[in-house]
Design a protein around this ligand. Structure first.
Ligand code: HEC
Length: 402
């Protein structure tokens, strides 16, 4: 496939993935919100078996929502299910992952400085992790641990931390992050497909046949749906963190991710409790403080901040040398006519054709090549630390062009 066609396929898949993801998460947030805002219904409603009552106004109309305690007496003619949002998010996500990280394994998934894998090996590991992650999770949820949700939660967190560490030693930083995201996304969609939907189908069948409802179906679906609620924010975070190398390219990226997992999970917890009117503001405060502490803790100890503390007046840089470093290490992917074998258009729209362009991009060069060090991309052009330091000095001096 020509790179141009691949780009379009990638764009359309990503667009669809985001839209279906919004529909899925939106519906799921809405139902969590609904459940937690239900009021005790008036007696004429509770006589009909309605357990929860709710009024809302939206888009210029009044809505009256009723939730049955168990089930309606007879099935309505039209019953809306919410499943395609989840399935289509998973499917588009999987195809997108395969296109970027499996077809493009040599570019995005394999980092020879971390592990020398063949494309086949990398893909096999990736797929095994996704399938294995689901199997381990599903088996655990079927054991007696299901009755001890806190212990189960702690075990799941420990497992995902272990996996995150192993993947950070196996794949490129982006590849490792995206696979943790794929495992969580698969667990969430798997919960819908393998547990929540079958439970609901059983529920509907027994109502339709006028049989008593087995409460264990509801309980099983509830556990899985609780897990999905708490996994949502970490999952979305992972998806967007791929644009922030300060997170995914950090030396302890796997640990950083787990801290973020806890922080975002706590934020979700706060809002779920808030719907019920018993939120604990300390949870939100703790999450914000932890987030800020994390940001301070992982701040790059860069040469630039060290340089800025020194007296720079006596220092000078050889601009020809700056130009030569950037031309050698960066312009293969960042110029009006790139020469790289894979990246054939200026990546990220960044071009370093001359010193003034280089100077204009100085803040981003600092972020990517000096601080997060994820540029040059997987250090394909073998930049040396001394060269990064020299660029850092130039930027500390204000990135002069003459
Ligand atoms: C092998 C190809 C390759 C090389 C060499 C390379 N880059 Fe990149 N660069 C990329 C790709 C791919 C992207 C887009 C993906 C992304 O932003 O992570 C990118 C994006 C960028 C961006 C734009 C995004 C932003 O953060 O604003 C900057 C700046 C950047 N690179 C700087 C550099 C610098 C500086 C060098 C040299 C020290 C360099 N790159 C060398 C491939 C490369």
């Amino acid at each position: 496939m020509s790179p141009y066609v691949t780009e379009w396929v990638n764009l359309i898949l990503r667009f669809t993935h985001v839209i279906t993801g919004i529909a899925w998460i939106g519906a799921s947030f809405y139902f969590v919100w609904l459940d937690n805002h239900l009021e005790k219904p008036p007696s004429w409603k509770s006589d009909k078996g309605i357990g929860g009552d709710l009024w809302a106004i939206h888009g210029g109309g009044f809505y009256e929502i009723a939730k049955y305690k168990h089930a309606p007496e007879k099935m309505p003619e039209l019953l809306h299910w919410f499943k395609w949002e989840a399935y289509s998010t998973w499917l588009t996500g999987f195809v997108l992952l395969s296109l970027m990280f499996y077809v493009g394994a040599d570019i995005y998934l394999i980092d020879p400085s971390i592990a020398q894998l063949s494309q086949m090996q990398a893909i096999t590991i990736g797929l095994s992790v996704i399938v294995g992650g689901w199997v381990v999770y599903d088996v655990l949820c079927r054991t007696k641990l299901a009755n001890h949700s806190l212990i189960l939660g702690i075990i799941l967190m420990a497992l995902i931390t272990g996996l995150s560490y192993i993947l950070s030693e196996t794949f490129s930083a982006r590849g490792a992050f995206m696979h943790i995201g794929a495992v969580i996304g698969t667990v969430m969609a798997g919960n819908v497909f393998f547990t929540i939907m079958p439970s609901q189908r059983a529920l509907v069948t027994s109502v339709a046949q006028g049989e008593p409802v087995d409460p264990s179906w509801g309980a099983k679906a509830k556990l899985r749906s609780t897990h999905n609620t708490y996994a949502t924010l970490p999952l979305v975070f992972i998806m967007i963190s791929n644009h922030y190398p300060m997170i995914f390219n950090h030396e302890y990226n796997w640990l950083v991710l787990m801290v973020i997992f806890v922080i975002t999970g706590a934020i979700r917890q706060y809002f779920v409790a808030k719907h019920k009117g018993n939120q604990n503001s300390l949870v939100l405060v703790a999450a914000v403080i932890s987030g800020i502490s994390l940001a301070i803790f992982i701040a790059p100890n860069t040469t630039i901040s060290k340089l800025e503390r020194q007296d720079l007046k006596s220092q000078t840089v050889d601009l020809q040398k700056i130009k030569s470093i950037i031309t050698h290490r960066c312009t293969s992917c960042h110029s009006s006519s790139p020469t790289d074998d894979v990246f054939t258009v200026a990546q990220g729209g960044v071009m370093f054709d001359n010193l003034s362009q280089m100077s204009r991009w100085a803040p981003r060069i600092q972020a990517r090549a000096i601080e997060a060090k994820d540029m040059p991309f997987m250090n394909k052009t073998n930049i040396e630390d001394s060269e990064r330091n020299y660029i850092a000095l130039w930027i500390a001096l204000g990135a002069p062009v003459k």
